[in-house]
Ligand binder design. Sequence first.
Ligand SMILES: Nc1ncnc2c1ncn2[C@@H]1O[C@H](COP(=O)(O)OP(=O)(O)OP(=O)(O)O)[C@@H](O)[C@H]1O
Length: 235
Amino acid sequence: MGRDRCVAGSARHPCAGARGGASFRAVRRRHARARRPRRVTTLRFDDVACVRGGRLLFEGVSLALGAREAAIVTGPNGAGKSSLLRIAAGLLEAAAGRVTRNGAAALADENAALDRELPLGSALRFWARLDGREDALPEAMAAMGLVHLAPVPVRMLSTGQRKRAALARVIASDAPVWLLDEPTNGLDSEAIGRLERACATHQAAGGIVLAATHQGLRLSKVQILPLAPTRDAGA
Ligand SMILES: Nc1ncnc2c1ncn2[C@@H]1O[C@H](COP(=O)(O)OP(=O)(O)OP(=O)(O)O)[C@@H](O)[C@H]1O
């Protein structure tokens, strides 16, 4: 039964299923949580500039993303794509301009930050537990085709498998803003399809995707943000 058909009045809530299971109160609490208005997710760059190592990488970058929208940052090596994502994540300060983000961000970059000695399942659970999202992990691992790799130590994973693990970490997080740095690097076509479907699900739920990539990534409601490097950037 759909959420909107949910009616009160019986000892067992109709959404609890034929065999009962959840009590009326538990189901009503769950539905109240689902109905609770979430603040609308937004990410804005207004006239942003980035300086690294004393060199101006880019300037005058503006971008406005709302719920369900996406952008792909393009540009040659060294143009500052990763730097732009780090600015969006709040890990790097813009040299000029204004960055506003409404909603937590999850960043997937080349550093998966997974304990190499732990089995993949445990390494991912460490982060999911910190995020209070342990229950979301099995679905995230399934989304990236990782379930069978759960017992394998992280250090034994291939490049593509490690990339999929980093993406599963983002999927399991509750962050409405996904920042994906070269997310298709090392992924085969099946894994790219999985990532695209995960992004579509995330956007449909009101999330934002900002990705930096040299390769194609099919996203809906997407805008392209080409980074034109300054002479200073020497890309
Ligand atoms: N910590 C740092 N200190 C100084 N300079 C840095 C630092 N990190 C990156 N840079 C420089 O900033 C420039 C932009 O780097 P960035 O990784 O943002 O580029 P990119 O567009 O993502 O490149 P690529 O396509 O190769 O991934 C590069 O010239 C790089 O050497």
